[in-house]
Design a protein around this ligand. Structure first.
Ligand SMILES: [Zn+2]
Length: 393
């Protein structure tokens, strides 16, 4: 039993938070940093070493020239299973605790097959990948899943997801967790894309908006370095904000004039079809833009302006430092960013745009997968979770 009566191990999680930056630190450095008594520090370090959250190294040289033992975060202590499920495809990975990808697959997995078939297929994919790469289930600290629809984060259940028949209220964490024997966290795809992009590409940005323009439109909000989900997990659902130019267009949600019904990939594909151009989905739209189809180029620029119009208000309201644009349509690159920038810079207040960066996603179609891993890592390595893992040793 590592935990003792005076509860001094309770701070081990906080100590681990300091070491998570990857720098090796000696006992003396840690005493100085934390103000802890040497004996308390030793106890916490022992507990973290026992669980392999940290490892001792002998690389550091103390001031006396003698090698001193230093401690560093062990990103290979556990592995994470991460999945980003889209309408028809999934991207699945095993990562370490620093989101380094150890194994990865992009597979066909239609979400409209319903939860049991889709999640069953995901479970087998995870098991296959673990076996193939030589990891065991008991090394897995958690599973992160992103879904293409609204999710009540507290319960991990989808709520009236429009493109996911049969999924409404389905207990995803319980279903998958009971089969894999590890905790399962679920969120909507754009929230985890925001997490992934912030972690991997923009860690310095305290306030970031990740906007996904795909079949639908939504955004993930990083506020003060944390994901802002709102009261029910519905924050950032900007696809159904009304835009002036779309008042005669009916949205799939039943309302008139939603942003998504004007500027979403599905809407653009439908408009191209009406003009006699073959386009089924947002990928086709991007494909047409790439080969220089004039109608598609005009549509996508206009879509950029429409999205920019909504974002201009959000910039005034939220004052982000960075807006990252992702999703299928963002692969049209400058064609969509140009319209977006044009409207935001002309419509938002100068103070809010003075240092505003508007950029395409660096992670591209891997943002959600990396973000699903980040969601798990942040949960498992939160000081409270680490303390609890120690008391149960
Ligand atoms: Zn709508």
């Amino acid at each position: 039993m590592i935990n003792d009566a005076n509860g001094s191990i309770a701070g081990a999680g906080a100590l681990l938070s300091i070491l998570r930056d990857g720098r090796a630190r000696t006992r003396a450095e840690l005493v100085q940093l934390t103000g802890l008594a040497r004996s308390t520090l030793a106890q916490r370090l022992d507990a973290l070493v026992t669980l392999q959250w940290i490892v001792p190294t002998e690389e550091a040289i103390s001031s006396g020239g003698r090698p001193a033992i230093a401690f560093t975060f062990n990103r290979t202590a556990r592995v994470v299973l991460a999945a980003d499920l889209g309408a028809t495809h999934a991207r699945v990975a095993i990562t370490d605790l620093g989101t380094a990808v150890l194994a990865e697959r992009a597979i066909e997995m239609p979400i409209d097959l319903g939860p049991e078939e889709t999640l069953g297929s995901l479970q087998h994919t995870f098991e296959d990948m673990l076996a193939e790469s030589g990891y065991r289930l008991d090394q897995v600290c958690g599973v992160g899943v992103g879904l293409p629809g609204p999710v009540e984060y507290g319960s991990g259940r989808p709520v009236n997801p429009p493109i996911m028949p049969g999924w409404d209220g389905f207990p995803v964490p319980e279903w998958l967790g009971s089969r894999l024997g590890v905790p399962v966290l679920v969120d909507n795809d754009v929230n985890i894309m925001a997490l992934g992009e912030h972690w991997a590409a923009r860690p310095e940005a305290d306030h970031l908006i990740f906007i996904k323009i795909g079949t639908g439109i939504g955004c993930g909000i990083i506020s003060d370095r944390r994901l802002h989900r709102g009261a029910q997990g519905a924050a950032g659902d900007i696809g159904h904000i009304r835009v002036a130019s779309g008042l005669d267009t009916v949205c799939r949600c039943g309302n008139l004039g939603c942003l998504e019904a004007v500027a979403g990939g599905a809407a653009m594909a439908a408009r191209l079809r009406a003009e006699g151009v073959a386009a089924e989905d947002s990928r086709d739209v991007v494909g047409l833009v790439r080969v220089g189809n004039t109608q598609a180029v005009q549509l996508i620029r206009q879509a950029g302006r429409e999205v920019g119009d909504v974002l201009a208000s959000i910039v005034n309201f939220f004052n982000p430092a960075v807006i990252v644009v992702g999703g299928d349509i963002s692969e049209a690159g400058e064609q969509v960013l140009a319209g977006l920038r044009e409207v935001i810079y002309s419509r938002s207040l100068p103070l809010a745009t003075q240092h505003l960066t508007i950029t395409a996603s660096e992670l591209g179609d891997r943002a959600g997968m990396i973000g699903a891993a980040v969601m798990v890592i942040e949960h498992v390595l939160a000081p409270g979770s680490v303390d609890r893992s120690i008391t149960t040793v």
